[in-house]
Design a protein around this ligand. Structure first.
Ligand code: MOS
Length: 753
């Protein structure tokens, strides 16, 4: 590589810059923060009923217990804005008031908060709080209360809850081949490695919060609105976050409780939630019932597609998942319909989790597509190619790019796909029934408003400051690459400062929009610095006027263009100033309204199903993805691989089980809530197409974080069908669901012998 090429940083598979700090324990996560004075420790007392009223609460024993400093209940909790108020600030910025009154909204909701000198003292005293309840029948399950279902006012990730393009019923009626099926997807918990934690401290009426949160600006609003203080009096610090997956988009009970208690005690208060706490005091994805109807003509051309979903919404917290959103963008059809219904229920906060909408939507929809292809007698890849749309079927908009067919074709070649109609039970490896499955992944590409500030010092060191977060995705690294490439400098000379509300506001991390949005803001700020340097240099030396800013490089403390070279300090001395500074602010361009923008993928799975026990082992998983231009091949690879591993969970493992008598989640730890572990994860292959979506942003990149999860679950489900003849209607797929099909196959084989 020559000097010029080595400065093309964007795309290079650089190691994470925060890696050494993390593996040596130097990275301070929220609960690691130690202020000037020792923090008191808080512990949440959870409600033991799903719905009802606190009749009495006795805190005397807890208050008298060793080390206890404060016990907050609804009787002595400081005044807050009512939960849900300021809804114009969005669900993350609205009031998140706690301990408001004697009413219990859901099982595990805080009924008291104990603060003591040590964790052990707080936890012990929490068990001494005695609560008597008047228990009332609650609503915990959408299907049992379908008569109460309503259309949600808003849907996360789609513009309308109900939509019909064309006329569904007649198109379905006249279809030669149909699939009509009901599916169930489970409740799930994000289960980030770092449980939610907050350290709150007050000084002169101003609140500083060290916490794990994905979107800092919204968190600031959330505290201000709840506590009735000015957003400017709240500082949020979140430099390192041990995974979010949606569960840290907003703020949760522990954060508000810490802030309230710290103000009462005039002392920092730390709360690190336990894994158990999180199943009630953190958000979750809720269970859905999906009804799908698909119709095709005799040649396998889709005529009619409909997806109706039903789920609960946590009472007073407006979030509904767009499970059917992708039906309008996946395949061409004469008529497309979707509907979403919700039942307000006494369940903990239901919120975004890992590709909200698409993850569960593709799980069932791509399963149904596989079934329809089979009934049409067409290879599942051919079927998808046959129904590729010219424009977005639900809106008529042009796609910014549409390389789904290429993902499918390249994936088929790499995987060794054997074309043909799926015929279950034909492949065998000893005792294992072998199955292959394919599914498409489609995930909306969004850009959100974001700012950035850049400062280039006379010694040639560049500092970027923005309130963006790195939730383990690689933000620190890619922003440095974008800045270094823009200014023709070494990435080692760039310092990226994130995770502090004192820095310029951004969109934060979520919805796979973080990298494209903040990356563009960083590029623009650095571009302004480049322009500024040249303008100032031209004032010193006219020889610098008119040069191409793209040719500018910075080496140590000198800036050069071709054979011209100046010390940065000399420029600053001549024109005044200590550093070159620039601020940027970007927002989505019109092409985000006028065009349909998505990232794509094709997922291929090979499973083995034990011919006697129906044990399912995933043997191979391969994905070919298009997310426009890849900003760092290593972090992107990890993002996609992580998404695929979540997809394994969606297909085979993850479910939060609720006891419907009480509305209580039962499997509240990682022994019983099954995340895919190494033993569950086979050889994964991740391939990325080299794309550039000029309509997405100037970098050409598209969202990648939530892409891998879409398509993986259904590829596995379709492979299980190929192996056994079992069509999954309920996720995750359990052994006992597959056993009857396996038994039929085995009996059939025995009979034919
Ligand atoms: Mo994501 S579920 O928007 O963090």
């Amino acid at each position: 590589m020559n000097q010029q090429d080595s400065r093309k940083w964007i795309g290079q598979p650089l190691d994470r810059v925060d890696g050494p700090a993390k593996v040596t324990g130097q990275a301070t996560y929220a609960a690691d923060y130690r202020g000037n004075s020792p923090a008191a420790i808080g512990f949440i007392v959870e409600a033991g009923i799903g719905k009802g009223r606190i009749v009495s609460i006795d805190t005397r024993a807890a208050e008298a217990s060793d080390g206890v400093l404060l016990v907050l209940t609804h009787q002595n909790a400081p005044e807050q804005a009512p939960f849900g108020s300021h809804d114009d600030a969005g669900r993350f910025g609205q009031s998140h008031a706690v301990l408001e009154n004697e009413n219990v909204k859901y099982h595990g909701a805080p009924v008291a908060f104990v603060v003591a000198e040590t964790l052990e003292q707080a936890r012990h005293a929490a068990h001494l709080v005695s609560v008597r309840y008047d228990q009332q029948p609650g609503v915990f399950d959408a299907e049992a209360h379908e008569d109460k279902a309503t259309k949600p006012d808003s849907l996360d990730g789609a513009d309308q809850a109900d939509k019909e393009v064309g006329h569904f019923e007649p198109a379905f009626e006249k279809s030669a081949v149909t699939v009509e099926a009901e599916y169930h997807t489970p409740s799930q918990h994000a289960s980030a490695m770092e449980p939610h934690a907050t350290v709150a401290e007050w000084s002169d009426g101003k609140l500083t919060v060290h916490m794990a949160v994905q979107i800092i600006a919204d968190a600031r609003k959330g505290f201000a609105n709840t506590l009735k203080i000015e957003p400017g009096d709240v500082r949020i610090v979140s430099p390192f976050i041990g995974g979010g997956f949606g569960s840290k988009l907003g703020i949760h009970n522990e954060a508000i409780l810490a802030a309230l208690a710290a103000r009462e005690l005039d002392r920092p208060v730390r709360v690190a939630q336990t894994r158990r706490n999180l199943f009630a005091n953190g958000p979750h994805r809720t269970a859905h019932r999906h009804r799908l109807k698909l119709g095709a003509d005799a040649d396998g051309r889709l005529q009619a597609v409909s997806h109706d979903s039903l789920a609960v919404m946590s009472r007073g917290y407006p979030f509904a998942e767009a499970a059917g959103g992708l039906t309008q963008s996946s395949y061409a059809a004469e008529a497309i319909r979707m509907s979403h219904r919700i039942v307000e229920a006494n369940v903990p906060k239901v919120d975004s989790m890992r590709a909200p909408g698409e993850a569960i939507g593709t799980l069932v929809f791509e399963s149904a597509i596989d079934e329809l292809a089979e009934r049409c007698g067409i290879d599942p890849i051919e079927f998808r190619l046959l129904n590729e749309p010219e424009t977005e079927p639900g809106s008529g908009k042009s796609f910014s790019t549409r390389p789904l067919a290429r993902c499918l074709r390249e994936g088929a070649a790499k995987f060794g796909w054997q074309s043909g109609v799926v015929r279950p039970g034909m492949k065998r490896d000893g005792r294992w029934l072998i199955g292959h499955g394919v599914a498409a992944a489609i995930r909306p590409n969004n850009i959100e408003p974001a700012g950035a500030e850049a400062s280039l010092a006379r010694d040639g060191r560049l500092t970027l400051s923005l309130d963006m977060t790195d939730i383990g995705t690689g933000t620190y690294t890619i922003l440095g690459q974008i800045a270094a490439e823009t200014l023709g400098m070494d990435t080692g000379a760039v310092e990226v400062r994130l995770g502090d509300s004192d820095f310029v506001e951004t969109c934060g991390s979520g919805g796979s929009f973080g990298a494209g949005s903040t990356g563009t803001a960083v590029q623009q700020a650095c571009d302004s610095i480049r322009t500024d340097i040249l303008a100032r240099a031209a004032r010193i030396d006219p020889d610098w006027s008119g040069v191409n800013s793209a040719d500018l490089t910075i080496d140590g403390d000198r800036v050069s263009v071709g054979d011209r070279s100046l010390a940065l300090g000399d420029i600053l001395d001549a024109v005044g100033g200590e550093a070159f500074r620039a601020k940027s602010h970007i927002k989505p361009g019109d092409a985000h309204k006028t065009m349909a923008q998505y990232s794509y993928g094709a997922l291929f799975a090979e499973v083995g199903v034990d011919a006697d026990t129906a044990e399912i082992r995933l043997r191979r998983l391969l994905g070919v993805f298009d997310a426009g231009r890849i900003l760092n091949h290593k972090t992107a690879h990890s993002q996609l691989m992580g998404g695929m591993i979540f997809g394994i969970g969606a297909g085979l493992l993850e479910e939060s089980l609720m006891d419907m008598r009480y509305g209580a989640f039962m499997n509240r730890d990682l022994a019983e809530y099954h995340i895919a572990v190494n033993r569950d994860v086979p050889r994964l292959e991740v391939h990325m197409l080299e794309g550039f979506d000029e309509h997405s942003n100037p970098l050409g990149s598209k969202g990648i974080g939530e892409l891998g999860i879409c398509g993986t679950g259904p590829a596995i489900a379709n492979a299980v069908y190929d192996a056994t003849g079992h069509r999954a209607r309920k996720f995750p797929i359990h052994i006992e669901d597959v056993l009857p099909a396996v038994a039929r196959l085995t009996k059939g084989n025995a009979a034919s012998r």
